[in-house]
Design a protein around this ligand. Sequence first.
Ligand SMILES: O=C(O)CCC(=O)C(=O)O
Ligand SMILES: [Fe+2]
Length: 210
Amino acid sequence: MHARTSNRLKPCSKAMDEYISQVYKLAEKLSELMCENLGLEKDYIKKAFSGPRGPSVGTKVAKYPRCPQPELVKGLRAHTDAGGIILLLQDDQVPGLEFFKDGKWVEIPPSTNNTIFINTGDQVEILTNGRYKSVLHRVMADENGSRLSIATFYNPVGDAIISPAPELLYPHSLSFQDYLKLYATTKFTDKSTRFKSLKKIAGGQAKLLV
Ligand SMILES: O=C(O)CCC(=O)C(=O)O
Ligand SMILES: [Fe+2]
């Protein structure tokens, strides 16, 4: 009986393995794009998340049952995700997912055309020193149908200690009066140029020539 059941599940688990290996590649690509966007080495996130066998990747399949009184419960209460990059394939008919944006809950429609929603977790916010935020989200209950969601988590391994990438910190060694001297010569330039000079001065690669 047990053997028959697992045979019947084989095509399903094969499809799942194929799906996971594709979303894994997508997560990796996204992590590289984020790094590129922030001026980090493109494998910075991957390396920070990895143990000897790469980052920790897991997939969670959830079924939210139809709920006759959706005003009384949530499918999943508001939270941010703890980990890294989350790739979410959700039901193609029953809605429920909402993201908190600009002070409002924004409803995400059911996934058509296999749309995958990407969410960044707390470790990405920490590693990027807040440039990519983890987003508050929740799942509402639905009275018309049950909802399927498949979430894949591209996370750090358990013993990884994630801290802000040094390139994204604002280290500097200037007193405020010296800062004002730098500021006086760069006031009307883009502030990122000023912050870059600050880092160079802190790293001993440049001197304040005033
Ligand atoms: O099921 C969903 O659509 C969201 C799941 C989720 O937010 C989570 O597992 O952290
Ligand atoms: Fe979540």
